[in-house]
Design a protein around this ligand. Structure first.
Ligand code: GLN
Length: 193
């Protein structure tokens, strides 16, 4: 199994390290060519405007969007979640626009919006998981077909729709690998379909 990590900007190295720790081959994705032969893709945290622009500049936006629409498993953390959303609050254009969620950028404020908390997310693990938020978005609302996996203070911060997983927070910045393992499981299930 090879998991691609979009490596245009942001926290891609951290995800690569996590994949290595659980014995999965990670592949840096910087071009359309790199998208060939991967079984899933992680879109890291960083700056969604910058990443969205680079996807256009490198001619990858449509190709990646189509692959995910056609079933390629994708997991977006933080900025990656914004890239996947069909609607971004206050903006008139989406980036990849593949998931039926409406997201709010910098939802906790721009400067002081970083914090961490612990939560049990039954779908992912029986143990509490540390959730690290950095200038994070949250999900305002979801449409039919989207499962809500976690809410913090009444705001949706993790969700899943078929082959797409999103988290407002950064599992790659913690020691807990439950989310990476869960994404691997999603890919395995996808393959057996
Ligand atoms: N605020 C960033 C954005 O809107 C996301 C922050 C992050 O990925 N840590 O793109």
């Amino acid at each position: 199994m090879i998991i691609g990590v979009l490596a245009l900007q942001g926290a891609f190295r951290e995800h690569m390290k996590c994949l290595k720790k659980i014995g999965i081959h990670g592949k840096l994705v910087k071009s359309n060519k790199d998208l060939e032969g991967i079984d899933g893709i992680i879109l890291p945290g960083g700056e969604s405007t910058a990443m969205g622009k680079l996807l256009v500049d490198f001619n990858m936006k449509e190709n990646l969007s189509n692959k995910i629409k056609n079933g390629l498993p994708a997991w977006g953390t933080c900025a990656g979640m914004i890239l996947l959303a069909k609607k971004i609050d206050g903006e008139n254009k989406a980036h990849l626009g593949v998931m039926d969620i409406d997201v709010k950028r910098n939802a906790y404020g721009r400067q002081l919006g970083s914090f961490s908390t612990e939560k049990i997310i039954p779908e992912i693990s029986d143990e509490p998981i540390e959730l690290v938020f950095i200038r994070a978005p949250y999900i305002n609302s979801v449409n039919n077909g989207v499962d809500i996996l976690c809410e913090v203070d009444g705001n949706i911060v993790a969700a899943k729709q078929r082959n797409i997983l999103v988290t407002s927070f950064h599992p790659e910045l913690t020691e807990n690998r439950a989310f990476h393992r869960y994404f691997v499981k999603m890919i395995k299930n996808n393959k057996s379909v």
